[in-house]
Unconditional design. Structure first.
Length: 516
């Protein structure tokens, strides 16, 4: 998921440098079509690359076409170029693993370290021979195909100009016999991006700049005219024995792009989804895309609006004035999307957010009246307490750039440095100087909004540790329609396949007003 955001940043950087960039989703992943049942995974990946290469060549027949592959994408890219002579002019292989088996084992280990160290979820072993990675489950057949892929660009039969970007000291065996058209470049900082959990990974700016600067810009080539497809039927879902088409349309709202998902039935409800700070707009494993598609045949039009700015992800809510802090611009964008849905369909949308996205949804619900607010694992403020002193230290250096300091009240800073108890947060939140769930949800619930809080096992512990149960009882006594649902199958970021499926079922029932 961090790779998705990083490739988006790379695409923007290349576009700014004057290049035309095509990004795409692999079959079965977010932003792509569904896989054929029983299909061969590697063959489908190669077919996707064939289609993308043909499209890129068609944009400007005389212009060179380069392809960038990251980790497993690099392994697939290298195998594809060996089997497709003339498919591209150059390939950039970004930290390719030695084999598909090595990548599967590494990604599976990272998944377990990430989830088991942070969430006491019920770990479900993948099918025999399969691998669970962050955001995707590979069955035995898929894993077997990927395991057979081997990294082999350093041998003399390589015909495509190749750049291999590796970490310092990670030059591959056999580099002494590589041909002249293969270049191996060591780039520092890769381990902070690749060998980290998604929550700790850092954007590899040095690598992005290296790729941008290495592309040829000596000759300009005109782009051919082409008609982009902004609306398409992406799936057919069976509903009570009737096949319903699901349509996705690209829409522009105040300069931001979004995806509107509908079906051929009257729209009875609308919804908006908000991703967490580290996930792509489609969500972990395509969570939000899948939710929108499954809701469409039931008469729900869902808008997924890009709340990012130039590829930078939504960041954590922290203590600033106003409490919306640096999420304010994202909430403004979300507000424009809300108004657009009301204007088009005549009804306000249900709001669903995960982690940081839950804060965006909650603040939007404070500005605009919504029938339903679903908050998934919205306890980010608890985690901020543990790292707040370091965060404050970083913010005190902001003045070097000429911008005002972001925290000025020394009394507030001192309280927070000492890990302020819940009542301090509560008082600050009531004075509109901090974020805490209870005052915000009280203001939202006072408008008649139904509020549903969905928590993983770990997030429930955070909720209880910050007196969430007491807050829940107080709000219910005040007449607020609030329900807290704890699902032990969930992990915080919904990397786990079982957790995502359980979250989907629960959220769909909440939106359709079925039993919780």
């Amino acid at each position: 998921m961090v790779a998705t955001r990083t490739l988006q940043i790379l695409a923007f950087a290349l576009a700014d440098a004057g290049h035309a960039v095509v990004r795409f989703g692999w079959p079965g992943e977010a932003g792509s079509g569904d896989r054929e049942p029983g299909g061969k995974l590697v063959q489908e990946l190669f077919a996707a690359l064939d289609a993308v290469a043909d499209f890129a060549h068609g944009l400007s027949p005389d212009a060179p076409v380069d392809i960038v592959g990251l980790r497993l994408g690099a392994l697939v890219t290298e195998a594809w170029t060996r089997s497709r002579a003339g498919g591209v002019d150059r390939q950039i292989l970004w930290d390719p693993p030695a084999s598909g088996r090595q990548w599967l084992r590494g990604a599976s280990t990272m998944y377990r370290l990430t989830t088991e160290s942070t969430d006491p979820l019920k770990v479900i072993d993948p099918p025999a021979g399969g691998f669970q990675t962050p955001g995707r489950l590979f069955g035995a057949a898929e894993a077997g195909e990927l395991a057979e892929l081997r990294y082999a660009p350093l041998y003399p039969d390589t015909s495509v100009r190749t750049q291999v970007l590796v970490r310092p000291g990670a030059r591959r065996a056999g580099s002494g016999m590589r041909p002249a058209n293969v270049e191996v470049i060591e780039v520092s900082g890769q381990e902070n991006f690749i060998d980290q959990s998604p929550a700790l990974a850092q954007t590899p700016w040095a690598t992005i700049e290296l790729i941008r600067d290495s592309l040829d810009r000596a000759v300009s080539h005109p782009l051919a005219d082409f008609l982009p497809v902004d609306e398409a039927v992406v799936a057919h879902l069976d509903v009570d024995g009737v096949s319903r088409p699901v349509t996705e349309a690209i829409v522009e709202i105040d300069g931001k792009y979004g995806v509107l998902t509908t079906s051929n039935v009257p729209v009875e409800r609308t919804a908006m989804t908000f991703p967490g700070g580290l996930e792509p707009d489609d969500g972990p494993g395509g969570l939000w895309m899948t939710l929108a598609r499954q809701l469409a045949p039931s008469g729900v039009a869902t808008l997924r609006l890009d709340l990012t700015s130039h590829g930078e992800s939504v960041t954590y809510v922290t203590v600033k004035e106003p409490p919306e802090g640096h999420l304010a611009s994202h909430i403004d964008d979300a507000e424009a999307g809300f108004d657009w849905l009301v204007q088009r369909f005549g009804r306000g949308p249900c709001l669903v957010g995960l982690c940081v996205g839950a804060w965006v949804a909650a603040h939007l619900a404070q500005r605009r009246r919504t029938p339903l607010l679903v908050l998934v694992n919205q306890v980010v403020w608890f985690n901020n307490l543990t790292s707040l002193p370091a965060w404050i230290s970083r913010q005190e250096n902001v003045a070097d750039s000429g911008t005002p300091k972001e925290l000025e009240a020394s009394g507030v800073k001192q309280l927070l440095k000492e890990r302020a108890p819940y009542m301090v947060w509560l008082v600050l939140a009531r004075r509109n100087k901090a974020n805490a769930p209870e005052p915000l949800l009280r203001r939202v619930g006072a408008c008649g909004t139904r509020i549903r809080v969905l928590l993983s096992g770990r997030d429930e512990r955070s909720w209880l540790g910050q007196r969430g149960a007491c807050a829940e009882r107080r709000m219910r006594r005040a007449g607020i329609d609030l329900e807290v649902v704890v699902d032990p199958w969930l992990d915080h970021s919904l990397f786990n396949e079982a957790g995502r499926q359980s979250a989907l079922r629960r959220i769909i029932r909440m939106i359709l007003q079925g039993p919780e």
